[in-house]
Write a protein that binds this ligand. Structure first.
Ligand SMILES: Cc1cc2nc3c(=O)[nH]c(=O)nc-3n(C[C@H](O)[C@H](O)[C@H](O)COP(=O)(O)OP(=O)(O)OC[C@H]3O[C@@H](n4cnc5c(N)ncnc54)[C@H](O)[C@@H]3O)c2cc1C
Length: 444
């Protein structure tokens, strides 16, 4: 069957859904095509045995106007669940295998056992090192400004937490965008931190009563029948009056086309060889997500906090453990704790090739040691993202230039999604809002 629609959005992850929502405020003539049988993409909550398990993001940052607008439109503002105060404050890394608090104030920084005196004084070099004139790796950037120990003990675990990436390959300009911009603007990150607009510092995060899929399902409700599930786009052909989309069932002609799918999916749909070659280079880290439900009374380690992130020298077979129910009490039934263990990334690629039972055994024994757990495992769950998190590596600028060239050649074809411009949920929503506003201005 042939259809004509003004705007087609491919993908109903948070990028596609939020874009459809913002665009539909000015025009209803749009359609979202989704290959899966559910909306949300990487946002994927599963509720089993009263445990609320997040296979994708666990928390979302409330750090921009677009996400606030979206939550308000969805009627969820009163329903937001915030982390417990102690979880919000306490984040751990490992020191000699033990949970050690990451310093969050100047006093704690001075007192932390994580760093040598030399490393603590060494951060002041940031005030004197010249700003970078060209992009460099995250490793070189952080080491040059703050010293290697700060990189190894503090920055690398956090980069692991966001990107599951390799700091020696990642682009500082694109992966540490805020720090890079502070350096470029103020000549020093420390100076920049104290000089920047205080209103921009708020970075609270949230969850929802039945998990983050509650947000994507609510947006989908608002968009209604303009989302088509189980509808894979197989091919895009440029026509004189727009783009023809082949879904195997329908041929859809649209004037405006917005892709929000991953780079490895988009490259199969288009014919532009030079763009395909660049898309092929976007590297995605695999991620395994394990959930464990344990009886509180069987856990000796009672430390409260958001969770722990590891660095390569810890020698652990996990990237991090989120203390999910210690952060958001509602995600586990009474008397139980829920833990989310993340394995994979660039550092643990080979572990992702292990049979899942073997990997699970290794992960569980390390978790039990960390928590000093003795007793039955009451609940477990596993999910594998073969291509989980896109890496903003040193070739990232080539990708951005290539996207700009592709969009200039292909009028009204927009390439969105998490593989450029920010990987977090809140960044994806912000990008959608920005594009929707630009398009609205163009076509009142
Ligand atoms: C394990 C993990 C943990 C994370 N944790 C956090 C976190 O705590 N906080 C945070 O802010 N961010 C986190 N992120 C990042 C964030 O969740 C993602 O970057 C974001 O959700 C991506 O949304 P998206 O819409 O751009 O892409 P996706 O969610 O990948 O959506 C793309 C959609 O397109 C569909 N699709 C693909 N190909 C086709 C096709 N040919 N035709 C039709 N449809 C197609 C897919 O089925 C999918 O639904 C995490 C990511 C992972 C993997």
């Amino acid at each position: 069957m042939n259809k004509e629609i003004h705007t087609v959005i491919i993908g109903s992850g948070i990028s596609g859904l939020s874009l459809a929502h913002f665009l539909s405020k000015s025009s209803q003539d749009l359609l979202v095509l989704e290959s899966d049988s559910r909306v949300g993409g990487i946002i994927h909550t599963e509720i089993k045995n009263q445990f609320i398990c997040e296979n994708g993001p666990n928390t979302v940052l409330l750090n921009n106007e677009a996400i606030l607008e979206l939550i308000q439109d969805c009627g969820l503002i009163e329903k937001l669940e915030y982390p417990t105060t102690v979880a919000d404050k306490n984040r751990f890394v490992l020191r000699k295998g033990k949970l050690t608090m990451v310093p969050t104030s100047l006093l704690k920084f001075i007192c932390t056992p994580l760093l040598s005196q030399r490393a603590k004084i060494g951060v002041l070099r940031d005030l004197f090192v010249k700003r970078h004139v060209q992009n460099t790796t995250v490793y070189d950037f952080v080491s040059a400004r703050f010293g290697m120990e700060i990189h190894d003990q503090l920055i690398e675990p956090f980069i692991t937490g966001i990107y599951a990436g390799n700091t020696k390959k990642m682009s500082a300009q694109h992966s540490l965008k805020i720090l890079w911009q502070l350096e470029q603007k103020y000549g020093s990150i420390i100076k920049g931190f104290f000089s920047r607009d205080k209103n921009k510092r708020g970075q609270g995060s949230f969850q929802l009563p039945i998990g983050l899929s509650q947000l994507t399902e609510k947006i989908a409700d608002l968009i209604g029948e303009r989302i088509q599930l189980n509808c894979t786009v197989h091919k895009i052909t440029t026509k004189s009056n727009g783009y023809e989309i082949d879904t195997g069932k329908d041929l859809i002609l649209c004037k405006r086309l917005i892709s929000t799918i991953p780079a490895h999916g988009l490259k199969r749909l288009i014919a532009d060889q030079s763009f395909i070659q660049v898309l092929e280079k976007v590297n995605y880290s695999p991620v395994n997500v394990f959930h464990y439900g344990l009886k509180k009374e069987n856990i000796k380690n009672k430390k409260q906090g958001f969770g722990v992130l590891t660095k390569p020298s810890d020698g652990k077979n996990y990237l991090g453990v989120l203390f999910s129910s210690r952060t958001f009490g509602h995600v586990a039934p009474e008397g139980f704790e829920l833990y989310t263990v993340i394995v994979g990334g660039e550092r643990q690629r080979e572990l992702c090739d292990l049979p899942i039972e073997d990997l699970e055994r290794i992960v569980l024994s390390e978790l039990e040691e960390l928590l000093e757990h003795d007793g039955e495992v009451n609940f477990k769950n596993h999910f594998r993202w073969k291509k989980g998190i896109p890496q903003y590596d040193m070739n990232h600028q080539e990708l951005l230039d290539s996207i700009a060239r592709f969009q200039a050649k292909n009028k009204d074809f927009y390439v969105m999604g998490n593989f450029h411009g920010g990987v977090s949920v809140s960044d994806c929503i912000k990008k959608s809002k920005k594009l929707a506003s630009e398009l609205e201005k163009r076509e009142p």
